[in-house]
Design a protein around this ligand. Structure first.
Ligand SMILES: [Zn+2]
Length: 94
């Protein structure tokens, strides 16, 4: 059965969001940081605004750097979000 492109896009978005949340655990747990609260810049501590939390797109909107201190954002974040989205699409399609 043919899967609709819009549904696949939705599944991809859900997958990238799940991956984004997973990265919060991976980053914060070893540092004994709280899992609550909004994400912030690792360098200057600037809290990220809602549009800066959109998986993958925010990395490109910010041109790969913090909007406050301009330190480069680890490309591991958009890459893991991309992989998370692709994995969920694969699980959905097959
Ligand atoms: Zn910063």
């Amino acid at each position: 059965m043919e899967k609709e492109v819009s549904v696949i896009f939705l599944v991809f978005t859900i997958g990238s969001c799940l991956s984004s949340f997973f990265m919060v655990f991976v980053y914060r747990l070893p540092r004994h940081e709280s899992l609550g609260g909004r994400s912030h810049c690792e360098n200057c501590g600037q809290t990220l605004s809602p549009y800066q939390l959109i998986p993958i797109w925010s990395f490109f909107l910010l041109k790969g750097q913090c909007s406050h201190c301009a330190i480069p954002i680890n490309p591991l974040y958009p890459v893991s979000e991309l992989i998370g989205g692709i994995l969920l699409v694969i699980l959905y399609v097959f």
